[in-house]
Design a binder for this molecule. Structure first.
Ligand SMILES: C[S@@+](CC[C@H](N)C(=O)[O-])C[C@H]1O[C@@H](n2cnc3c(N)ncnc32)[C@H](O)[C@@H]1O
Length: 242
């Protein structure tokens, strides 16, 4: 469908953490109607988990364009790839095609989509952009482990594990419950921080939530002793009883 500027519409779709049954009906309807699918792939391989999750809901012949994003902390290198991909997406939209960019979990939580969104808005402020929320990995993990994330007047801190356990150490006295995403490389320091802040007994870990090989660690100490894996998250409260 062409918008007033002649461009097609752009949708950011959260496909949830792994189970194709956890994609919202609204997203499924959009996936069935768009002309082209975009997704991020690592520049090291051509694989896209987001496409695999969405596959049951995609048209058989839909073109899928994988955009390679370098795994880098270098801002300039990353920026170059966002700009190239923004142009690639705009080239399709310019032809009046509707496009969807797929992301794991929710598109607005620690996702490449956020960077693209900024570039697209900047390049074409009149573009029709619609973001459809997805179920986050930690919501699915809370459900899989029957863990309450917050209740009553509690707060919840969402952390990236890239800086290990330091942010938790700094903020712990003001925080009731905490979620660590990207918990893999620094898992041992995160585990130490959980111990130091009296959160070990109320912690659960989930690896590859929603996939057939999902693993649940009701005793987080077991996870702390294993080889770190990328699709790992930790949810924890404070104190003794779970
Ligand atoms: C770049 S973030 C993406 C977060 C995603 N947008 C979301 O809403 O959950 C990647 C991190 O999310 C967590 N994650 C995402 N999907 C997961 C899954 N299925 N199982 C366990 N952890 C997951 C892991 O901590 C992983 O390192």
């Amino acid at each position: 469908m062409k918008t007033t500027a002649g461009y097609g519409r752009f949708f950011g779709i959260g496909v949830g953490p792994g189970d194709p049954g956890l994609i919202p009906v609204k997203a499924v309807n959009i996936l069935k109607s768009v002309d082209v699918i975009f997704c991020a792939s690592s520049s090291k391989n051509n694989h896209s988990l987001a496409v695999n999750i969405a596959r049951p809901h995609l048209k058989d012949d839909i073109p899928v364009r994988k955009l390679a994003f370098p795994m880098t902390m270098d801002r300039d290198t990353a920026m170059r790839s966002w700009l190239i991909h923004t142009t690639t997406i705009l080239d399709e939209l310019k032809q009046g095609k509707d496009a969807a960019f797929l992301t794991l979990g929710d598109p607005l939580i620690y996702s490449t989509y956020g960077y693209l969104l900024k570039q697209l808005k900047q390049a074409r402020p009149d573009l029709h952009i619609e973001t459809v929320p997805g179920i986050t990995s930690f919501q699915a993990a809370a459900a899989a482990t029957n863990t309450v994330l917050v209740e009553g007047e509690e707060n919840l801190l969402l952390l990236s594990g890239v800086h290990g356990g330091n942010r938790l150490r700094e903020m712990s006295s003001r925080v009731d419950n905490v979620v660590f995403l990207k918990a893999y490389k620094n898992i041992s320091d995160i585990c130490s921080a959980l111990e130091e802040t009296d959160r070990m007994n109320k912690a659960v870990g989930v690896v590859r939530c929603g996939f057939p090989d999902q693993e649940i660690f009701q005793d987080i100490r077991e996870l702390c002793n294993l080889e770190p894996r990328y699709w790992t998250l930790i949810i924890s409260g404070k104190g003794e009883e779970k």
